[in-house]
Design a protein around this ligand. Sequence first.
Ligand code: SF4
Length: 350
Amino acid sequence: MKNFAQILLSWYAVHKRPLPWRDTQDPYKIWISEIILQQTRVAQGYDYFLRFIKRFPDVQTLAAASQDEVLKYWEGLGYYSRARNLHAAAQSMNGVFPSSYEGVLALKGVGEYTAAAICSFAYKMPYAVVDGNVLRVLSRIFAVSLPIDSAEGKGQIKQLAQRLLDERHPDDFNQEIMEFGALQCVPQNPDCAQCPFKKQCKALQNDKVDALPVRAGKTKLSRRYFSYVYVAQGPYTYLRRREEKDIWQGLYEIPLLQSASPLAPEDLCRLKEFKKLFGSLSPRLVCAPLKHILSHQIILASFYALTLPAKKRLPKEFIRIKKADLKNYALPRLVQKGLEKAGLLAKENA
Ligand code: SF4
């Protein structure tokens, strides 16, 4: 299509949002912003990015930090493997950010999209980015009928994007097309009447805007039932680091009991694991089930509290900490929320 890049450019000149990572060519900062934005909305990611960059301004600082501290700065953003990968990748760089596409792509947690974004924004290399926004925009303008969650559909759009890319200004082109998807060609009810592509857009011409992009199938969400137990022992409480390959690896949580179905409070103390930890102590419900939705699962978590006798200790995997220090540990957002609701943890910024 002739003029594709020009149409985008004129639209962007009017609609561009000023974002702190837009005016930098520092590959490190671009990398951090891209990883934050992988699963986080711009509005939420903005503050996290600023705080993260302030504490870890370069590869060396990030590599030298502890994983606990990196996770603490990521707390609340979710998808914690992103933070663990960032940290591991920083440690693998020997203090120098890679300067080739292959080197960037080889970093832990970096896929083709992120490598293209970093290399085009920082080094002006001619790699077209293909994220969810680009998939939607191009599948509509060119009426791509293959599912965008299939290898064929993605491949076709990747080729299109690469063909359309303005190779003299790959950085601008990539920013423009993603911004266009984020603000103009939005998933629901895009304002096609005001769109600069309305004459070229095949989806609009064929009345298929709502039907595109096509998706092969949605992932079914599994359900998990969590019962968290806040343990009070004078000024102390107990935490455990999640070591297993599961959600929230590396974060801390209060004792957790999992069950295959929802549990009534009186059923919790009948669980074998509960008896092993707490004997015949009785927990009291302090926060009714909270629903927490992740990409592939829904968690329903109830929160309980109990008082542990002074002489008793929980097994070694649990660490005993001062209650007042709880806020210094990186906790999953769900745990923070439950404890806040139960009045066991002060709200941040409150
Ligand atoms: S005309 Fe509508 S569907 Fe087509 S690109 Fe513009 S906003 Fe998207």
